[in-house]
Each structure stands twice: as C-alpha cells, then as structure tokens.
Design a protein around this ligand. Structure first.
Ligand code: 1PZ
Length: 209
C-alpha cells in the first residue's frame, strides 16, 4: 500500500520522508541524540522513485545512487548512527577511500544537495526545457566533485531530459502541486544536509571532494 502511494505520488513521499527526518533532528538533537543510519537510509530510499521520471539517460545516475545507498543500508545492520560509520573510517583512515561508508555517505549527501538545487532551479524558472534547470543545479552542487569524464557524460545527458510538462505528467503533478512539494523538500532537506556536513567538519574533514 505504501509502495503504491510512493509510485503514484513520488514527490509527496519524498517531501514527507525528509520532513520526518528534519523533525527528528529538531527534537532529538536537543537531547544530543545522533541520527540512526537506518532512519536516514529509509528517507533516502524514496529518492530512487524520481529517476523513473527522468528517462533512460539517467539510468547510470540511478544505479550509482542506489549502489551507494545500498552499502549504507548494509552498514546499518552493524552500525547504529551516521557518526559511527564516520568514526570507524577515521580509525582505519578510509574516509575518502573509494567505496568506504564515509565516502558513500558523502556521495548520497551530494545527491540530496543536487535534488535540492534542481528543485530550487525548477521554482526559479518556467522554461519548457529542463536542460538549464538541471545543468545549473548540477554545476552548483555536484560538478565540482566529479571527474571530467562524468561531468561530460552528465551534460550530454541533459539533452535527453523530458520537458517540464512531461516531467510533471510523469510525477503525477500539476505545476502548482509540484512546486509546493519541492518547496517542502527544499526546506526539510537543508537541516539534514547541514547535519551531515557538520559530522565531517567537526572532525576536521574539509568538504572539497
Ligand atoms: C529535471 C532534473 C534532471 C536532473 C538530472 C541531473 C542528473 C545528474 C546526475 C549525476 C550523475 C552522477 C553520476 C556519477 C557520479 C560518480 O562519479 C560518483 C562516483 O563516486 P565514487 O565512487 O568516486 O565515490 N557517484 C556518485 O556521486 C553517486 C551518486 C550520484 C547520483 C546522485 C543523483 C541524484 C539526483 C537525482 C535527480 C533526480
């Protein structure tokens, strides 16, 4: 039943999931509790549904995102919090090592930032083409951390994006309903993104990767 509504109204599911996370952070951080990894992964899993609305060219992005998130889901069976996996990788000096939990958490966090940027750009224009929306959002959020080869492939993929109306149809939204839900995600994802960044920064890990 829940799966049905996720597919029928992916934007609602995403907005709700991140509002839950933001609410959790607001309440529990006062008591100094750390965010459980499984709670975080659950919210992030709703993002996957978005990829179906983007078409085949972004299949690669989906596979990357899902693979990274999957290692965190596996980690959550052993480690309780986001903090735990970061501290583990610090002890073994593998924070930035390809495939490590801390690196994959950083990648998933960048995905959350990319979606936030896409929604912000979507709200800022009513272009029928999504090419500029997506290119600007990608340039702001992820491009600086990706290799030249990846960046080139992503910018080439931008030409295959659906139109704004097609995307709205794929998401079962009107322009108005979509904008409302995108705003909710933008607001709710901010404290989540800040919380994750602070985990690294407070351990003197500079976020230039
Ligand atoms: C209308 C909106 C359309 C937006 C389309 C924008 C899509 C941009 C897709 C970016 C794909 C990046 C793919 C590959 C990235 C990899 O280089 C890194 C490798 O990490 P490493 O193994 O070196 O640690 N992988 C990632 O960063 C994983 C997560 C990327 C995917 C996030 C996408 C979320 C966006 C969804 C948009 C709906």
């Amino acid at each position: 039943k829940q799966q049905d509504s996720v597919v029928v109204a992916p934007l609602s599911a995403i907005a709700e999931a991140f509002e839950e996370l933001a609410k959790w952070l607001k309440i529990k951080r006062v008591e100094n509790e750390e965010l459980p990894l499984n709670t975080f992964c659950h919210a992030c899993s709703f993002i996957s549904v978005l990829f179906y609305s983007l078409g085949f060219a972004f299949k690669f992005a989906e596979m990357e995102y899902v693979a990274k998130l999957h290692t965190l889901v596996e980690a959550s069976k052993t480690y309780d919090t986001l903090q735990d996996i970061l501290d583990l990788d610090i002890t073994t000096d593998t924070v930035k090592t390809s495939g490590s939990y801390s690196r994959n958490l950083r990648r998933v966090r960048q995905g959350l930032g990319l979606i936030k940027a896409i929604f912000e750009q979507f709200l800022a224009t009513d272009d029928t083409s999504l090419k500029d929306v997506a290119s600007t959002a990608y340039a702001q959020s992820c491009a600086p951390y990706h290799t030249w080869a990846i960046r080139t492939a992503v910018y080439a993929g931008m030409y295959t994006l659906p139109t704004r109306d097609q995307l709205l149809a794929n998401l079962n939204e009107t322009n108005q309903s979509a904008e409302k839900k995108m705003r909710r995600y933008i607001d709710a994802s901010l404290p989540v993104i800040e919380y994750i960044d602070e985990l690294y920064l407070s351990r003197n890990i500079i976020l230039d990767w």
